[in-house]
Design a binder for this molecule. Structure first.
Ligand code: AHG
Ligand code: MN
Ligand code: MN
Length: 335
């Protein structure tokens, strides 16, 4: 029987090589604990009465589902006591969340989207949790300004996917590593070492119902894909859209592809649909670490200097050759 390596063993070995500090190792363990708790709640669904709307709206004016609220609470409660964090920020909270003064504080900042893909909760389709780890730049109680660091400065990033199996995927800037939860044993097992995105792909993901709102470069790119072997690409392309960023990006990390939530006339006023700090940045770090690329169509996502916590950005990520092509169309004035 092949030897099974648990997340704990993986992290201990990473710490021995110096790639992961003791505090970061503990932070991953704590996040993994929260993810197990969220996964257990998600998997019980209607049996626990956790489906449906919470009857509230978050800071971004989005209707909160019960699971948005529950997952947010689990993340906050699980992560605040570990002693590794100086503060947290969440999609579901307007302002940053300080660590209570009764608890020890650490050097890291944690940002998260506690429940990604909310529209899929009630229909039993894969949803997830996304997280990003930054260093607290000052040895004092952080403010929101301390969170506004470009994605290239992330210490670590990752996500959990609650699908047919629960998976945890993470990076500390040395490749992308995937783990699958053994529910009976309660351990995450190292199943996907050094996940890599093929440079070429024949699969794309975009919400095509927004087609009439897209900018010209996106119209051009998608039209060429749809012409298939009869068009300039000379090849047929397949399309998938799950509407959970975690699930769509997980597919891209697993077998390649391009994922796009570009700027369009519908979301232009907000700057895009997806959130920079806890959706685009962590996914961009993972995708780049897996050999792919991530841009807004005009510039590298990880180089954006954030202006506010809940900032939105256009996102184009995945197989390098395709992302570079879409980006070149944006930079080509004749597109
Ligand atoms: P969230 O559930 O955290 O608000 O995120 C939803 C996001 C993302 O997961 C997905 O890619 C996108 O919204 C789907 O948007 P559409 O419903 O417009 O397709
Ligand atoms: Mn989300
Ligand atoms: Mn969410």
């Amino acid at each position: 029987m092949p030897q099974r390596v648990s997340l704990t063993q993986f992290l201990v070995e990473e710490q021995r090589t110096g790639r992961v500090s003791a505090d970061l190792r503990l932070l991953f363990e704590v996040v993994a604990h929260a993810v197990r708790a969220i996964g257990a709640t998600v998997s019980k669904g209607a049996l626990l009465g956790v489906l449906g709307e919470a009857g509230t709206e978050n800071v971004q004016g989005e209707v909160q589902k019960k699971l948005d609220v529950i997952a947010n609470e689990i993340m906050l409660q699980s992560c605040e006591w570990g002693g590794t964090l100086a503060a947290m920020a969440s999609e579901e909270l307007e302002t940053i969340c300080h660590i209570p003064s009764t608890l020890p504080r650490g050097d890291y900042l944690l940002l998260f989207d506690p429940l990604d893909g909310s529209s899929n909760i009630d229909v039993n389709v894969t949803i997830g949790t996304i997280f990003s780890v930054l260093r607290n730049p000052q040895a004092k109680n952080p403010t929101e300004a301390d969170f506004l660091q470009p994605g290239r400065d992330q210490v670590a990033a990752g996500y959990a996917a609650y699908g047919p199996s629960t998976q945890l995927v993470l990076t500390v800037g040395e490749g992308v590593h995937g783990f699958t939860l053994d529910r009976e044993v309660g351990d995450f097992i190292y199943t996907d070492p050094f996940m890599a995105i093929p440079a070429e792909t024949r699969e794309y993901a975009i919400n095509a119902s927004n087609a009439r709102h897209w900018e010209a470069p996106v119209q051009r790119y998608i039209a060429e894909l749809q012409q298939g072997r009869d068009g300039p690409r000379g090849s047929d392309f397949n399309m998938r859209w799950i509407a959970s960023m975690v699930a769509d990006v997980h597919r891209v990390l697993t077998r390649g592809g391009i994922f796009m939530y570009p700027l369009d006339e519908k979301c232009r006023a907000k700057g895009g649909k997806l959130r920079l700090m806890y959706e685009a940045n962590p996914m961009a770090m993972l995708v780049e670490q897996a050999g792919g690329a991530a841009t807004t169509g005009r510039s590298r996502i990880l180089d954006i200097i954030p202006e506010h916590l809940h900032q939105r950005v256009p996102v184009i990520l995945g197989s390098r050759a395709e992302v570079e092509r879409v980006t070149s169309y944006h930079l080509d004035p004749s597109s």
